[in-house]
Design a protein around this ligand. Structure first.
Ligand SMILES: C[S@@+](CC[C@H](N)C(=O)[O-])C[C@H]1O[C@@H](n2cnc3c(N)ncnc32)[C@H](O)[C@@H]1O
Length: 305
């Protein structure tokens, strides 16, 4: 993160350090095995021979696609070499891993996949492309006739916490979502050559020439009390989100921010510090009332036959 401008004009910039995120992306590939397997099974069709995961992160979905389609060619593509290395290790020979960026147009991606694709999956990656519509156009152009492009983007903000935690003002999780939404806008505006996309993902698929664009959303629920490992990963995810907003993960996180107060009020920040302090009396990891309720959307379009 940096600042541009004079005294009365400060522009906040966010630049994501993907190499610094590589370990977290690998952990999430490992933690989301069941979700990836279920979604992969629902997406593949008999006869699919070539599939690709673009912006593959730790390679969780690429691996699930390879397992759902034995004998098919699965290509995992990412723009960051350190992230790709994690995907290479995680997919352990099941998947071909290639370095390419959606920001460079269709040709490098086409060369990396090396054949028209029956299915392309891109999860939470297109929203990091400077021109999202251009990226969707590029991905659509890689499809074989009748091939499908699946974009996992958006859904509903997940819920984990009771509304009133007895620490800070009620509604902490909701206000964290709102802060993150403001962070997201600054992140997008900070991308060099950023182009707004003032419409939804099915519209983007349709503008890319695909037909029958529609959305399927997947609900995941784990009721309280969570098993210890799940509880730990929920707490870890909150810690990451707070670090991202406070810049306290400098050098290995999502860029840097001006001050704690930039995104969260000092009162909310103090409440989060108490909730995330393993030695304090309010530590979230000691509670039995945390849960997981999440809805993630997959937007699907079809190449004409
Ligand atoms: C939020 S992560 C999502 C990773 C994975 N798809 C998932 O859902 O867990 C975004 C990923 O997109 C990659 N990425 C960002 N910009 C990209 C671009 N222009 N072209 C290709 N990959 C990109 C990042 O390196 C990162 O691995």
């Amino acid at each position: 993160m940096g600042f541009v401008g004079g005294e009365d004009e400060t522009v906040v910039m966010i630049e994501i350090d993907w190499a610094g995120e590589a370990g977290r992306l690998r952990a999430s590939a490992e933690g989301e095995t069941d979700w990836n397997a279920a979604v992969a099974r629902s997406l593949v069709r008999e006869g699919d021979k070539v599939v690709a995961d673009i912006g593959c992160g730790g390679g969780g979905m690429a691996k699930a696609l390879a397992e759902a389609l034995p004998g098919a060619t699965v290509v995992a593509i990412d723009a960051d070499p350190d992230v790709l290395e994690q995907a290479r290790e995680h997919t352990a020979g099941l998947v071909r891993c290639e370095l390419a960026s959606m920001d460079d147009g269709a040709e490098p991606l086409r060369r990396a996949i090396d054949a028209p694709a029956d299915l392309i999956w891109a999860s939470a990656s297109v929203h990091h492309a400077a021109d999202q519509q251009a990226a969707v156009d590029a991905l659509a152009s890689l499809l074989a006739p009748g091939g499908r492009l699946a974009l996992a983007e958006g859904g509903l903000p997940a819920r984990h916490l009771p509304w009133d935690l007895g620490v800070g003002e009620p509604g902490l999780e909701l206000r964290l979502d709102l802060a993150q939404d403001r962070w997201f806008k600054v992140m997008r505006d900070s991308l060099p050559g950023s182009v707004p996309m003032p419409y939804g993902w099915t519209e983007a698929l349709t503008r890319a020439g695909l037909t029958g664009a529609t959305t399927r959303s997947v609900l995941t629920e784990a009721p309280a009390p969570l098993p210890p490992e799940r509880l730990e990963s929920v707490v870890r995810a909150f810690r990451t989100r707070i670090e991202r907003l406070t810049g306290s993960s400098q050098g290995h996180g999502h860029g840097h921010v001006v001050s704690d107060e930039e995104w969260l009020t000092p009162e909310d920040l103090d409440a989060w510090r108490q909730l995330l302090d393993p030695d304090g009396p309010h530590y979230l990891g000691q509670r039995s009332d945390l849960a997981v309720l999440s809805v993630r959307s997959v937007h699907l379009g079809h190449a004409p036959r």
